[in-house]
Design a protein around this ligand. Structure first.
Ligand SMILES: NC(=O)c1ccc[n+]([C@@H]2O[C@H](COP(=O)([O-])OP(=O)(O)OC[C@H]3O[C@@H](n4cnc5c(N)ncnc54)[C@H](O)[C@@H]3O)[C@@H](O)[C@H]2O)c1
Length: 323
């Protein structure tokens, strides 16, 4: 298939590009490089620089390429920033997808994969299932839910089919270490812990050790970015074979506590950490059921927590050396 990966120079998008190429698909990457990296796009993929909120930029691709399916990763994703700049988030994350879907409709492209998030579940606690109540508590999550709904209506009106994936915590780097999580201010536990291990920050803060969990620290669901990327390949192949749409969690059915993450890291590299107060709004346990992913796509994550931590650490070291 010829797959257009919008946001394919970013973290998850670039890993998906690698997996699509490994599965022998043709790949076109479209990205404005606002947070993405040109060097993350492999030479096997065609690259177009452009912005999805601009119809003309998209037409430059759709007029030249015979696209079978579109994958969307091109979102702004920082929750506190979304609270400060909601209009920028609505513009990029909602208007951007509206323009993209309109272009797809006009060029008769019928298959769409969209990256959604656990943030649509809002203040969930425990195991999240796709049919749970959706109640985001920040503009980032609201934009994702608004798009989920838009996709549903557009698909209904224009005979499109989609897979919406909801991700939880994504970590790790490709086995080549050519691509990985490269941001100036990480917001996720594993890259932050690795920064503490490498001495880029003084220590890791663990927010709360009095939750009702086995060791008192919060439990979250972690999936290796390569496993996640492979689910997208299965998703697009599913759309090629079936005229139906799905909303699917990409989780592990299993959680790890913050302390388990720290202990796993300590087996690889020493790290300094200290306990801090709980943060407002952090539930004790947030895990994704992956029953549907197993049933529909035959997908479940394969790579262990230690590999998420190790590959992120190695990628980080490599990035530091190349700076
Ligand atoms: N990283 C996570 O843990 C996580 C968790 C849940 C959901 N998600 C979702 O996964 C997707 C990808 O996230 P990521 O972590 O790879 O982020 P990222 O910032 O690394 O990637 C986003 C990419 O999209 C590009 N982009 C942004 N706006 C654009 C626009 N208007 N036009 C063209 N390109 C644009 C950026 O330059 C970047 O390359 C997002 O939709 C995000 O909401 C990520």
């Amino acid at each position: 298939m010829k797959v257009l990966v919008v946001g394919g120079a970013g973290y998850i998008g670039s890993h998906t590009v690698y997996e699509l190429i490994r599965a022998h698909h043709d790949v076109i990457v479209f990205d404005n490089l606002s947070t993405g990296h040109r060097e993350f796009v492999p030479k096997e993929a065609v690259f177009y620089k452009g912005d999805i909120t601009k119809r003309k930029d998209l037409e430059a691709v759709f007029e030249h390429e015979n696209i079978d399916a579109v994958m969307h990763f091109a979102a702004k994703i920082v929750v506190p920033e979304s609270v400060e700049q909601p209009l920028a988030y609505y513009h990029n994350n909602v208007e951007g997808v509206r323009v993209l879907l309109e272009t797809m409709k006009d060029f008769n492209v019928k298959r769409f994969i969209f990256s959604s998030t656990a943030a649509v579940y809002g203040e969930a606690n425990g195991v999240c299932h796709e049919s749970d109540v959706l109640a985001p508590i920040n503009p980032y999550g609201e934009t994702k839910l608004a798009v989920e709904k838009m996709i549903k209506w557009v698909a209904n009106a224009h005979d499109m089919h989609y897979v919406i994936f909801r991700y939880f915590n994504v970590a790790g780097a490709d086995k080549t270490l050519e691509i990985g999580y490269k941001v100036s201010k990480p917001t996720h536990l594993i890259p932050i812990a690795n920064e503490a291990a490498l001495g880029i920050r003084d220590h890791l803060d663990i927010y709360g050790n009095d939750y009702e969990t086995k060791d008192g620290t919060c439990i979250r669901d972690y999936v290796h970015v390569t496993d996640l990327a492979q689910a997208h390949v299965l998703g697009v192949e599913y759309l090629n074979n079936k005229d139906t749409s799905q909303i699917i969690n990409l989780g592990s059915n299993q959680g790890f506590s913050v302390m388990e993450v720290v202990k796993t890291l300590e087996n690889i590299h020493p790290v300094k950490y200290q306990y801090a107060n709980r943060r407002a709004g952090d539930p004790a346990i947030l895990i994704a059921s992956n029953d549907l992913a197993k049933k529909i796509l035959g997908w479940e994550p394969k790579l262990p927590l230690s590999e998420m931590i190790r590959s992120d650490l190695e990628f980080h070291k490599r990035t530091l050396i190349n700076q």
